[in-house]
Design a protein around this ligand. Structure first.
Ligand code: SAJ
Length: 416
């Protein structure tokens, strides 16, 4: 049985590790957080993703998935750790990838395959080779663009994850994949590995192209959302209903405008374009502008709320949703959370906050005296303004009649 070690048990690593375990691999999941390791070893999960609880339970019960703080000898090592950017200068922070790489070095042997799944700036896979060579002078590393297998070599490839939070388990298997080896033999090895559990098509290339392909996908989406967000602000100025506008424009056979929202959140689309801007600052002008447009949207929403509230006597605002998008519990880089936090700090309005996907008020808001974590019904009943920030399914079922007596600021077009 092939042994796989997955380093980083977050939104990508844990689903991948448990999927591989149920496909017959012997999997060791590694994480630096002992609480996460303990939770998984009990067959439980620390993050929410539809059906992940069932998969992890089955994987642990089968004996094929174990979690640990340290790696051990395996045939394949998958790195699925965060690649954030440094806030001040938007430069990539590769410290997690470097630490994860160095942590597996003692367990590596000739013939092993090391795969970087984390979305990474161009050149990161080559850096992994460099870090391994510093730790293990005895191993033969892939030669960049080398065509043939060499004796005692290890194999290194980038295979960017492409799964959509909320639909991860399906997309892990069904999405097409790009595998980019640091040399041709590494691409071949990675191709063979993914072929054993992916039903989508697999495309081989070199690591730098694979890295750029992933950044390109998320940047494409960011730029298109930026256009939708810009349209929503223009339409507001020109007194046009942006949702109707987009619906109509999208009837053209070659137009497909995305949805405006309160801003772009999550740990991917709001981050990855910066890796391109950082690598080519003089050239990536459109990419940078799109980031700026999307980053400016939360403040635009706040100003909308202030404009309405200023004209009112009582100011109770029902803030519907905190997560970065619909039907998930993930608050990372969430524009909705940022908007509520800012309103709580800058105003004395009473904020009734509803987030059906989390059990208690996030720490960042819990200390604020004008914030009450509420159920949907009471929030609406008590509100003068309903600020819809996330289009969760629960919210779309609200009877629109309640908005006849209240102001609705619908940042997602859920009631358009
Ligand atoms: N959003 C809009 N309008 C839209 C679509 C999205 O405002 O029309 C907002 C969302 O509300 C959210 C943000 O953009 O705040 C990002 O959401 P998303 O659903 O577009 O993407 P993510 O971040 O959940 O996942 C993306 C996916 N990439 C692409 O669709 C190109 C996913 O396939 C990647 O695997 C993931 O990033 C990742 O891990 O990189």
């Amino acid at each position: 049985m092939q042994k796989v070690c997955v380093v980083g048990l977050g939104y990508i690593g844990l689903p991948t590790a448990s999927l591989l375990a149920t496909k017959g691999f012997e999997v060791l999941g590694v994480d630096i957080r002992s609480q996460v390791v303990d939770t998984i070893n009990q067959g439980k999960i620390h993050i929410y993703e539809p059906d992940l609880d069932i998969l992890v339970k089955a994987a642990v019960q089968s004996g094929n998935l174990k979690a640990s703080l340290c790696s051990k000898e395996s045939d394949v090592f998958i790195l699925a750790v965060p690649t954030p950017f440094i806030e001040e200068n938007k430069a990539p922070d590769l410290s997690y990838v470097e630490a994860a790489t160095r942590s597996i070095c003692a367990s590596l042997k000739a013939g092993d395959l090391v795969i970087l799944e984390s979305t990474s700036p161009v050149g990161t896979t080559e850096k992994i080779a460099q870090w391994i060579s510093e730790e293990r002078t005895d191993l033969v590393l892939p030669g960049r663009l080398s065509e043939s297998h060499r004796e005692n070599q290890i194999y290194i490839a980038h295979c960017p994850e492409r799964v959509l939070p909320g639909n991860i388990l399906k997309e892990l298997v069904e999405n097409d994949r790009v595998v980019g080896g640091i040399d041709r033999p590494s691409s071949e090895k990675a191709f063979e590995f993914y072929s054993s559990f992916v039903s989508g098509e697999i495309f081989s290339t070199f690591s730098r192209t694979a890295e750029m392909a992933k950044l390109t996908e998320n940047t494409f989406r960011d730029i298109n959302i930026a256009f939708a967000n810009e349209l929503s602000m223009i339409s507001d100025e020109l007194e046009i209903d942006v949702w109707e506008l987009i619906r109509l424009a999208n009837r053209h056979p070659r137009v497909n405008i995305l949805n405006p929202g309160p801003g772009v959140g999550g740990h991917c689309i709001a981050v990855d374009p910066w890796f391109i801007v950082n690598a080519a600052p003089k050239t990536a002008l459109l990419t940078k502008k799109a980031r700026e447009v999307n980053d400016s949207k939360p403040e635009w929403v706040i100003q909308k709320v202030l404009n309405h509230a200023d004209k009112m006597k009582t100011r109770t605002i029902g803030c519907l949703g905190l997560s970065f998008k619909a039907n998930i519990d993930d608050l990372r880089e969430s524009p909705s959370l940022a908007i509520v936090e800012s309103l709580a700090e800058r105003t004395d309005y009473q904020l009734m906050v509803v987030e059906p996907h989390i059990h208690s008020c996030p720490e960042i808001l819990s200390g604020k005296k004008n914030v009450e974590f509420s159920d949907l019904q009471s929030a609406i009943q008590k509100s003068d303004i309903v600020l819809l920030l996330v289009d969760h399914d629960e919210f779309k079922e609200i009877d629109p009649k309640v908005f006849e007596e209240r102001i609705l600021i619908d940042t997602r077009g859920a009631f358009a």
